[in-house]
Write a protein that binds this ligand. Structure first.
Ligand code: HEC
Ligand code: HEC
Length: 154
């Protein structure tokens, strides 16, 4: 009796979980307008990527995503109306290319590209990465010092 009881509980949980996942509308979570990310990306992976974008740029979702035309209280994540979303796509290509070509990053055992350079590497929490360190022309790279002090020798 005791055995049957403890066995019955977990089994009913498993059945309940299966029924729940079956009752989800099949395409509720499928992204419709992916041009860079894999089309079969899981909802979790997609949201992880999006939250990285938020943190890396120090912005909210609406920095890249447009509001719904029918209901301004809601977001329309599928829409490409905001320029920032297209810029972000270019940035994703750039970041993938840097990793593949210059870091030969390869893939991990799950087939995910290993990212040595991420959005955060450049953006560091800013929508527009800083071009120069704070303070003084010594921050400028060579060839970009038109206003530097005249040479001291000769
Ligand atoms: C820096 C810009 C940026 C930010 C910030 C951002 N996204 Fe995105 N998001 C994108 C881009 C670009 C795509 C399309 C990727 C592609 O084409 O592969 C996308 C795609 C999506 C999609 C898939 C839509 C579809 O069906 O095609 C969802 C959902 C989404 N984002 C949700 C979010 C949420 C939620 C947040 C905030 C937590 C967020 N995004 C923040 C740029 C951004
Ligand atoms: C190699 C450095 C680098 C990496 C990596 C990088 N970015 Fe950028 N990003 C920049 C620079 C520099 C600018 C500013 C360009 C300008 O001022 O014209 C920028 C601008 C942007 C903008 C436009 C910001 C605005 O104010 O309109 C978005 C959106 C963006 N990046 C998203 C991303 C996302 C998302 C990633 C990761 C997939 C990423 N970036 C990775 C360097 C980088």
């Amino acid at each position: 009796m005791q055995f049957k009881k403890t066995f019955a509980v977990p089994l009913s949980l498993i059945v309940a979980a299966m029924l729940c996942s079956l009752s989800l509308p099949p395409n509720e979570e499928k992204a419709k307008n992916l041009k860079i990310l894999p089309k079969n990306i899981s909802h979790d992976e997609l949201m992880k990527t999006m939250r990285h974008f938020n943190k890396a740029l120090g912005v909210k979702c609406d920095f890249c995503h447009a509001k719904s035309k029918d209901n301004p209280q809601k977001m329309d994540f599928v829409s490409d109306d905001k320029e920032e979303k297209e810029t972000a796509r270019d940035m994703m290509k750039l970041t993938n290319r840097i990793n593949k070509k210059y870091f030969k990053s390869g893939k991990d055992e799950n087939g995910q590209t290993i990212m040595t350079v991420t959005c955060y590497t450049c953006h560091n929490g800013n929508a527009e990465p800083k071009k120069l360190p704070e303070g003084g022309p010594e921050g400028a790279p060579h060839g970009e010092q038109p206003h530097a002090a005249p040479p001291q020798d000769h």
